[in-house]
Structure formats: C-alpha cells, structure tokens
Design a protein around this ligand. Structure first.
Ligand code: NAD
Length: 500
C-alpha cells in the first residue's frame, strides 16, 4: 500500500462534515478537506470541508436571495414558529451535539450537555420578540405630517465564532438575528468546526427556507476577514480574541457595516474580609477552573483582603489539588484538556513567564495525561501588577492572587486593566456590594456569584473586551434598521426651495 492509499484508508474511518450553503450540504468548491483533532486523544477524528473565499461568496449570495425571497416575506409570527421548532429539535439532539462539541473542543461533557439543554431558551426567548418588533408613531412640529417608524431586518449577518463554546456563542447571535428577520452566514473556528455543521441539519429539518442559515468552515484564517469585509454583508457579529476583533472591525469599517464584538477579558474577583469564605472559594473555582479557564469571562485575578488571603487561598488550593482531570466525555471528570495545541503552548508559555518574573506557583503546572495537552488547576501568588500573567488574558486554568488592604485599593486594582468584561464582589455587606459593583469597570458584575448567564440579560464588555451587547431585548433591535416614514396629509403645494 502506498502512502496515498494509506491516507485514504485512514480518513475513510473518520466522520466527515460538509459545508451548509443554500439549504444543502456541499463539498468545498476546491474539494479540499482538513482534519479536526480530538484534544484528549490528540488524534484526528473527523474531516471537515476546507472552504475558500469562493464558498463564502456562494453562502452570502444564498443568504441575500433568502432575504429577498420567501424568508423575507414571512411575518414575525411565522419566524417565531420556526424558531420554536428549532428549539425543540436542539433539545431532542442535545446529547449528540454535546458529544460532538466535547470531541472537537475537549470541553467537559457535563458542561456541554448543560449548555445544549439550555440552548433552546435562546430560540424561545427571541421567538417571543419576533412578533413584537413594533414601530412608533411620532408627533412632530409639522401638523400636516403623520410620521411612523418601522423596524426592518438589518440584512445579511456575518458571524464569526471561537472554539470554546461554538454553539452557545452562535445562539447568542443567531436567535436575535432570526427574530429580526435577518439571514446568516457563520464561520466557526478552524479548531472546533464540527458542531456548527451538524447544527445546520437541524435548521433544515425545522423547515427554514434555504439560504437563511449557512456555514462555511475552513483552515485559512483569512476566510473570516473575507466574510467580515464582504460587500454584500450588512452586519458583523464576532466573538474571539481582542487582536482578531480589531481586524474584524477594520474589515467591517470598509463597508460601514455595524459590528458587535465580544472579546477577551482579565476579570477580577474581589473578596472582602466579611465574605462567606466557603461560598467565595467555590465561586473563585467556578470562575477560573471550570471550562479549564477557557472562557472569556474567566475570573482570572483574585483580589482578596489581606486578613483572609491565606485562609481563602488555602481552601481554593485544597480543592484544586483534588480536581479530577481526565477524559472530558466521562461525567465524573472535572477538568479536561486544553482545547488545542496552540492554546496549550500559549498557556505553558505564560507559566514560564510567571516563573521568570518571580511569581510563586502554589499548585499547578502542566500534566501528562491523554494527549498531553493538560494543565492542572494553577494558583500563582506573589503576583505583581506589572507581570504579564496579571495583565494579559491567558485563557487557561491559571489564577493570579494579589492581596489588598482598603476598598479603594481593591477597586483600583480591579479596574487597572484594558479589559472590562466581567467581575465579581464577594461580601455580606449589602451597601458595600452595590457600592463596589457600581464602580467596577465591567459589562457584567456578579455579587456573591460567578459565571451566570441568561438569554434575557445583556452580555458584553467595556474597553478592550468589546463593542455592543449580546442577549437581552436590545440585542434583537441591533439586528434591525429603523425606517421613518413621513405621510403628507393635506396635498398642499410647498416652496420647493426650502426644507419643510
Ligand atoms: P480568535 O480571535 O483566534 O479566533 C476567533 C475566530 O476568528 C475564529 O473563527 C478565527 O478563524 C477567526 N479569525 C481569525 N483571524 C481572523 C481575521 N483576520 N478576520 C476575521 N476572523 C478571523 O479567538 P479564539 O482563539 O478562537 O478564541 C479565544 C478568544 O475568544 C479569547 O480571547 C476569548 O476571550 C474570546 N472569547 C470571548 C467571548 C466573549 O463573549 N467576550 C466568548 C468566548 C471567547
């Protein structure tokens, strides 16, 4: 058997995923595919269509046709029915989709099945708004005019998503976009493309007209740039790193397209001396070790009152030592692998930089399990504000600890970052809780909790953490354009050379 035959035989055993364009599963125009890797085994488990700019163009044209065709003619009531049906199909297929996400991203099954079972709520919540996109009648200073406004769909939406929670981060965008009457072209991450392609089959089964939802996958990162700057796209919604977000905003600016950017974070958890220490320790663990720290809202900076710092850190470290690392498909596992090799290298590099800069590793470091892309729950103490691990997003299970003495100092430390995605305050003093939440520079603040989200609550960041908000009522309005209609009521002629 020659090398080509051997490769053919190896790939024949793998699952395969095609692009989804205009209601059809299709090969990439080039016919190429690429392998996607299971981060636990380190082995390629599926082949995925390797789309190109030509495929993006086909998808955008299909989305435009759907907008001008049967989808564009549906009422909000009809769109809502389709969305609810899609929600039911997600629920019925939650197990299979969760397993795919775990295979592709190494995230825990127990987390992904929760996300998938929760996902229908996004479609139900926004279905409830699809038939309530009302305009207004507006009184003016001109008595001969009747003026009303209408909400029209923004048009073709380009969505670009990262690898850490592909379907949930897609739902944040897709559900309000469908409610508003838009059509959608999504490019998921090259590191975890499979679940979005599998999801497309449910959109078809739900009965959405062809072209409303399209997926283009590809290995080449410039595919996202092509989509974001596409001349026939009207709105760009992106989740990913701050550096890529800037490139996306630039690409979108060329055509003056609206953008929503959900970017990185370096979120603080402030724990006061009057906090419930057991609850706070548990919340800090939920904030940084859940999802292996690979979430944008990771509570990666622990800012703790000096008087309880030793006790709190000891409790977190004690639990960190017993966190069960292993196969993410196993429901007993508490932390899986880092999702892909480049990310593992990045986290390892940060651990080296912490050591070089003089931080102390209380527990943690890399671990030799499965593929070898494992990082243990890591706690760094003696961290100073100038260190890279304190300032930069690591996107891994690495907690940096720094003590404070006064409330003023805690707030200053929390806000000393270019980011502003999220943060928490742990205290049993209700006045202090609200006072500090009020002064935190972040899009979300949890009081005595961490990492709670809902379709009805706006989510997004200040500063380098992003632009605009996802979720909540306002998000559906973001996918609309307002049209003002002026109706002249008298038939009187006017001076044509001045404004009326
Ligand atoms: P990334 O920025 O590397 O990639 C995100 C997506 O952008 C991928 O699909 C990628 O192919 C695409 N892309 C790459 N270059 C592009 C370009 N020039 N133009 C357009 N698209 C391009 O991010 P990642 O490594 O996949 O994800 C991790 C990052 O995502 C972290 O920084 C994390 O904080 C952030 N994130 C943010 C949120 C949030 O809601 N704020 C949620 C999850 C993840």
């Amino acid at each position: 058997m020659n090398e080509a035959q051997a490769t053919q035989e190896r790939t024949a055993d793998l699952e395969s995923f095609q692009l989804f364009i205009d209601g059809q599963t299709v090969d990439a125009a080039s016919g190429r595919t690429f392998g996607t890797v299971d981060p636990y085994t380190g082995e390629t488990w599926a082949t995925v269509a390797d789309g190109s700019t030509e495929d993006v163009d086909r998808a955008v044209s299909a989305a435009r046709r759907a907008l001008q065709g049967s989808w564009g003619k549906l009422s909000g009531f009809q769109r809502a029915k389709l969305m609810r049906r899609l929600g039911e199909l997600i629920d019925r297929n939650a197990e299979a989709l969760a397993r795919l996400e775990v295979r592709d991203s190494g995230k825990l099954y127990r987390e992904m099945i929760f996300q998938l079972r929760y996902l229908p709520e996004w479609f139900n919540y926004y279905a409830g708004l699809a038939d309530k996109l009302e305009g207004r009648t507006i009184p003016t200073d001109k008595s001969n005019f009747f003026v009303y406004t209408k909400r029209e769909p923004a048009g073709v939406v380009a969505a670009i998503t990262p690898w850490n929670a592909p379907l949930m981060l897609m739902a944040f965008k897709l559900a309000p976009a469908l409610a508003a009457g838009c059509t959608f072209v999504i490019k998921p991450s090259e590191h975890a493309p499979a679940s979005t392609l599998a999801f497309a089959r449910l959109v078809e089964e739900a009965g959405f007209p062809p072209g409303v939802f399209n997926v283009v996958t590809g290995l080449d990162r410039s595919l996202g740039a092509h989509l974001a700057g596409h001349p026939d796209v009207n709105k760009v919604v992106f989740t990913g790193s701050t550096a890529t977000g800037r490139a996306v905003a630039q690409a979108a600016a060329g055509k003056l397209n609206g953008v929503v950017l959900e970017l990185g974070g370096k979120s603080p958890q402030i724990v006061f001396e009057d906090a419930d220490v057991t609850a706070a320790a548990n919340g800090v663990i939920a904030g940084i070790f859940a999802a292996c720290g690979q979430t944008c809202m990771a509570g990666s900076r622990l800012i703790v009152h000096r008087s309880i710092a030793d006790e709190l850190v000891a409790r977190i470290a004690e639990r960190a030592r017993t966190i069960r690392l292993g196969d993410p498909q196993d429901e007993a596992t508490e932390m899986g692998p880092i999702s892909n090799l480049p990310q593992f290298q990045r986290v390892s590099e940060y651990l080296r930089s912490a050591e070089l800069e003089g931080a102390r590793m209380l527990v943690g470091g890399v671990a030799d399990i499965g593929s070898g892309w494992f990082v243990k729950p890591t706690i760094l103490t003696d961290v100073t504000p100038a260190m890279r691990v304190w300032r930069e997003e690591i996107f891994g299970p690495v907690l940096c600890v720094s003590p404070f003495d006064t409330e003023e100092q805690a707030i200053a430390m929390a806000n000393d970052t270019e980011y502003g995605l999220a943060g928490s305050v742990w205290t049993l003093n209700i006045q202090r809780a609200h006072r500090v939440a009020d002064r935190m520079h972040a899009g979300t603040v949890w009081i005595n909790s961490y990492r709670a989200v809902s379709p009805s609550v706006p989510f997004g960041g200040f500063g380098a953490s992003g632009l605009g908000r996802e979720n909540g009522i306002e998000s559906v309005l973001d996918f609309t354009e307002t049209k003002s209609v002026w109706v002249e009521l008298t038939g009187a002629t006017r001076d044509p050379f001045r404004m009326v």
